[in-house]
Design a binder for this molecule. Structure first.
Ligand code: DLL
Length: 433
């Protein structure tokens, strides 16, 4: 039987959803116009005033907000509420430099946790369940979001955070965890470890998993489902909009319902910015219509996907998005951490290497690997293995402190990396996702 956390919202008629969106958008636009000088300036530049926005049909008139705007306005420039009204900060899984910092009022957290509770109930969760949250806790939104959602559903929550896989397995077994929340790659790793320990799916109490924060294929879903003996559900979100729970999968497992009472979704052509008709593939753009502290209008996610309003057998009426099929920028997500090739380049250049390098990303046994091949200059060339190992380690350490990730570094002889006559191919992503 299908269960809903907020049935009156999740199965509302399209007319009702549109009416909520119309009303909330008009209010939100007025709110940012009055309270966020950065927005007012952007709107003025485009010649738009709040009077021009009467319903969601006028949405296209508003300017886009991009990550560059967030950087420019960092840290407080997009806030619509004074700091004293805010109770929480979260930040992207990115890296050093200017991360995205998002602010929340208590009301914002409440609505965010409702979205996560909807996801848990769509995965079959109830107050009888034991929910192990193995997403990272802290600045990353995964742990705190699912933790809050789990409480709202009334699950017995185990906040293990990520890491220490043997202990994760011990808790799942000893405390009879029925729902596991973590990244899909970590779920696969937990599954593999269980297999190595000689555990079969019927010896594992889990029945469902809520996995997201990175791309994962249908093949990977099947693999996880078989090893853990569960049904694996996708969940999507981004820090800028709250965190996990912007959209989530239901029992149909054919795309993720976007919580349309909080977020208006559009698909645009990433080159021209033009809004594309329903069913087209393009860049996903979100407008947050209920956020108080950090509202974003027409935020370009850079995620590429398709939207569909085909009726869903689960009874939910909110629009569905496909799994993101890629990104318009060059950001890589490696083991759940956002990595830009330019950051790797910075480390290499800082250590005196030329910009002749190649980044090879792969997925081995369901875990992402990052391999950086770096060319030595003729001056630094040596065949002394001890010296090479020492220099490679320096780079590994430099990359770890920049990215927070362990990479493999291989120093190669001068002129080994193929030169390109056009754009250099810096990244080879061998993952089949
Ligand atoms: O990854 C929030 C989250 C936490 C989602 C836990 C789901 C579960 P960020 O670190 O800001 O937030 O990264 C956001 O991750 O723009 C997508 O490119 C990617 N992403 C998130 N969920 C999925 C997913 C969290 N289910 C960026 N499939 C987004 C593919 C995803 N990519």
């Amino acid at each position: 039987m299908e269960r809903y956390y907020q049935p009156e919202i999740e199965t509302a008629s399209r007319e009702q959803i549109k009416a909520w969106q119309d009303e909330r958008l008009v209010k939100q636009v007025r709110n940012v116009w009055e309270n966020v000088p950065y927005y007012r300036r952007k709107m003025e530049e485009k010649g738009v005033t709040p009077d021009d926005i009467q319903s969601i049909d006028d949405l296209h008139k508003l300017p886009f907000i991009t990550k560059a705007d967030l950087r420019e306005a960092y840290p407080y420039g997009l806030m619509a509420r004074p700091l004293k009204d805010c109770v929480r900060i979260q930040s992207t899984s990115g890296t050093t430099g200017k991360r995205v910092v998002a602010f929340y009022t208590q009301h914002d957290i409440d609505l965010w946790e409702d979205c996560c509770a909807r996801a848990i109930m769509a995965a079959g969760g109830t107050d009888e369940d034991v929910c192990q949250v193995s997403y990272g806790y802290g600045l990353f939104t995964g742990g705190p979001g699912l933790n809050g959602g789990s409480h709202k559903v009334g699950c017995l929550t185990i906040p293990t955070s990520s890491g220490n896989t043997e202990r994760q397995i011990m808790f799942i077994r000893d405390l009879s965890a029925t729902i596991l929340c973590c990244t899909p790659s970590y779920a696969a790793y937990i599954g593999e470890t269980m297999k190595e320990m000689g555990l079969t799916p019927d010896q594992i109490p889990l029945k469902a998993g809520i996995f997201g924060a990175e791309a994962w294929s249908e093949e990977m879903r099947q693999d996880i489902q078989n090893t853990l003996g569960i049904k694996a559900y996708d969940i999507y979100g981004l820090t800028e909009l709250s965190g996990p729970g912007v959209s989530f999968e239901c029992s149909a497992q054919t795309g993720m319902h976007i919580n349309e009472d909080h977020f208006i979704a559009e698909i645009i052509d990433p080159e021209t910015g033009e809004v594309l008709p329903e069913g087209s593939q393009g860049e996903l753009v979100f407008t947050s219509i209920t956020k108080e502290a950090f509202p974003l209008l027409r935020y370009r996610t850079r995620d590429i996907c398709t939207l569909t309003r085909e009726p869903c057998p689960c009874g939910r009426t909110h629009v569905k998005m496909t799994k993101p099929q890629g990104r318009t920028d060059d950001m890589l997500i490696i083991r759940g951490v956002n990595v830009f090739p330019s950051q790797i380049e910075t480390v290499l250049l800082n250590h005196g290497y030329p910009a002749n390098y190649q980044i090879i990303v792969d997925r081995v046994k369901n875990t992402d690997t990052l391999d950086v091949q770096v060319e030595m200059t003729p001056e630094m060339f040596t065949d002394n293995m001890g010296e090479i190992a020492k220099r490679q380690k320096e780079l590994v350490d430099g990359l770890r402190s920049m990215l927070g990730l362990a990479a493999k570094v291989t120093l190669v002889a001068p002129k080994t990396i193929v030169r390109s006559e056009g754009k250099a191919v810096r990244v080879i992503d061998k993952r089949k996702i």
